[in-house]
Design a protein around this ligand. Structure first.
Ligand code: FES
Length: 102
């Protein structure tokens, strides 16, 4: 179980889709889906860019391949939410801001 003390998810127009505290032990995609947040996705295994988001803040806390391998080339500040998760099992006092590419 991990806890993100403060996470903000923006759509591509910078409208807030989510803002607050999260606790989960799944990928970012599954975690947001469980909250009924509509996230674009397709392959669900790191092969496309559908679930890609730019990390505006907090990339040091994210393991980009925690739940699978990246099979495409992505920029350093982009994560694929279907396979990315928190770097550590339990974290506190962290802040992450994600902006959707789609
Ligand atoms: S849904 Fe294809 S990379 Fe995440």
């Amino acid at each position: 179980m991990y806890i993100i003390n403060y996470i903000t998810l923006l759509d591509s127009d910078e409208e807030k889709l989510f803002e607050g505290t999260l606790s989960s032990n799944d990928s970012f995609l599954k975690t947001f889906q469980e909250l009924d947040i509509d996230i674009p996705f397709s392959c669900n295994m790191g092969c496309c860019m559908s679930c890609g988001v730019r990390v505006l803040e907090g990339i040091e806390y994210i393991n980009q391949e925690k739940y699978g391998e990246i099979y495409i080339e992505v920029e350093n500040d982009i994560i694929l939410m279907c396979i990315a998760g928190l770097e550590t099992n339990i974290s506190t006092n962290i802040r992450i801001t994600l902006k959707s590419l789609m």
